[in-house]
Design a protein. Structure first.
Length: 114
Protein backbone atom coordinates (compact mmCIF):
# COMPACT_ATOMS: atom_id res chain seq x y z
CA UNK A 1 0.00 0.00 0.00
CA UNK A 2 1.37 3.39 -1.01
CA UNK A 3 1.58 6.20 1.54
CA UNK A 4 0.37 9.59 0.43
CA UNK A 5 3.07 12.18 1.07
CA UNK A 6 1.84 15.65 1.97
CA UNK A 7 4.41 18.32 1.26
CA UNK A 8 5.19 20.83 3.97
CA UNK A 9 3.90 24.28 3.07
CA UNK A 10 5.95 27.42 3.60
CA UNK A 11 4.37 30.09 5.80
CA UNK A 12 1.93 32.55 4.23
CA UNK A 13 4.22 35.44 5.18
CA UNK A 14 7.18 33.79 3.46
CA UNK A 15 5.14 33.27 0.29
CA UNK A 16 3.74 36.83 0.37
CA UNK A 17 7.22 38.31 0.83
CA UNK A 18 8.51 36.36 -2.15
CA UNK A 19 5.50 37.35 -4.28
CA UNK A 20 6.06 40.99 -3.33
CA UNK A 21 9.68 40.87 -4.50
CA UNK A 22 8.85 39.08 -7.75
CA UNK A 23 5.82 41.17 -8.73
CA UNK A 24 7.44 44.48 -7.77
CA UNK A 25 10.17 43.79 -10.33
CA UNK A 26 7.62 43.22 -13.12
CA UNK A 27 7.32 45.94 -15.74
CA UNK A 28 4.23 48.11 -15.27
CA UNK A 29 3.46 47.13 -11.66
CA UNK A 30 3.51 50.31 -9.54
CA UNK A 31 2.43 48.79 -6.24
CA UNK A 32 -0.17 46.79 -4.37
CA UNK A 33 -3.50 47.87 -2.96
CA UNK A 34 -6.09 46.37 -0.62
CA UNK A 35 -8.26 43.56 -1.93
CA UNK A 36 -11.36 45.46 -0.76
CA UNK A 37 -10.39 48.78 -2.38
CA UNK A 38 -13.56 48.91 -4.49
CA UNK A 39 -15.71 48.78 -1.37
CA UNK A 40 -13.65 51.44 0.39
CA UNK A 41 -13.29 53.57 -2.74
CA UNK A 42 -9.56 54.22 -2.20
CA UNK A 43 -6.78 52.84 -4.35
CA UNK A 44 -3.79 53.75 -2.22
CA UNK A 45 -0.47 51.92 -2.51
CA UNK A 46 0.26 49.70 0.47
CA UNK A 47 3.39 49.97 2.56
CA UNK A 48 5.55 46.88 3.05
CA UNK A 49 4.12 46.26 6.53
CA UNK A 50 0.54 46.19 5.16
CA UNK A 51 1.34 44.05 2.12
CA UNK A 52 -0.71 41.11 3.46
CA UNK A 53 -3.84 43.13 2.59
CA UNK A 54 -2.86 43.11 -1.09
CA UNK A 55 -1.45 39.59 -1.42
CA UNK A 56 -3.77 36.80 -0.36
CA UNK A 57 -2.31 33.30 0.08
CA UNK A 58 -4.69 30.34 0.25
CA UNK A 59 -3.38 26.98 1.45
CA UNK A 60 -4.95 23.64 0.61
CA UNK A 61 -4.86 20.33 2.50
CA UNK A 62 -3.11 18.52 -0.34
CA UNK A 63 0.08 20.57 0.11
CA UNK A 64 -0.65 23.20 -2.54
CA UNK A 65 -1.31 26.93 -2.33
CA UNK A 66 -2.67 29.71 -4.52
CA UNK A 67 -2.01 33.44 -4.56
CA UNK A 68 -4.19 36.47 -5.37
CA UNK A 69 -2.46 39.81 -6.04
CA UNK A 70 -4.23 43.18 -6.12
CA UNK A 71 -2.01 45.58 -8.03
CA UNK A 72 -1.81 49.16 -9.22
CA UNK A 73 -0.61 49.49 -12.80
CA UNK A 74 1.47 52.19 -14.45
CA UNK A 75 -0.23 54.53 -16.86
CA UNK A 76 0.15 53.77 -20.58
CA UNK A 77 1.02 50.07 -20.35
CA UNK A 78 -0.83 47.29 -22.10
CA UNK A 79 -3.00 46.01 -19.29
CA UNK A 80 -3.58 42.44 -20.41
CA UNK A 81 0.06 41.85 -21.35
CA UNK A 82 1.35 43.34 -18.10
CA UNK A 83 -1.02 41.27 -15.97
CA UNK A 84 -0.37 38.10 -17.96
CA UNK A 85 3.42 38.44 -17.74
CA UNK A 86 3.26 39.20 -14.00
CA UNK A 87 1.11 36.12 -13.49
CA UNK A 88 3.47 33.89 -15.50
CA UNK A 89 6.62 35.14 -13.78
CA UNK A 90 5.19 34.87 -10.25
CA UNK A 91 3.84 31.36 -10.83
CA UNK A 92 7.07 30.16 -12.47
CA UNK A 93 9.30 31.44 -9.68
CA UNK A 94 7.02 30.16 -6.90
CA UNK A 95 6.89 26.70 -8.47
CA UNK A 96 10.65 26.71 -8.90
CA UNK A 97 11.21 27.72 -5.26
CA UNK A 98 8.53 25.51 -3.69
CA UNK A 99 8.65 22.32 -5.82
CA UNK A 100 5.52 22.90 -7.92
CA UNK A 101 3.27 23.56 -4.93
CA UNK A 102 1.72 26.71 -6.45
CA UNK A 103 -1.69 25.81 -7.82
CA UNK A 104 -2.50 29.13 -9.48
CA UNK A 105 -1.82 32.86 -9.37
CA UNK A 106 -4.51 35.48 -9.95
CA UNK A 107 -3.51 39.08 -10.63
CA UNK A 108 -6.20 41.76 -10.34
CA UNK A 109 -5.65 45.30 -11.64
CA UNK A 110 -7.44 47.62 -9.22
CA UNK A 111 -6.41 50.95 -10.73
CA UNK A 112 -4.05 52.72 -13.11
CA UNK A 113 -1.72 55.35 -11.61
CA UNK A 114 0.67 57.90 -13.10
Amino acid sequence: MEKKVIKKLPSSKEIADMVYEIASACYGIKGFTRFDSQIIGKYEPLSLKDIKKGIIVRKYANGLFSVDLYVLLADEVKLTETLSECQKVVRYKLNKQYNNQCRHVNVYAMSVVK
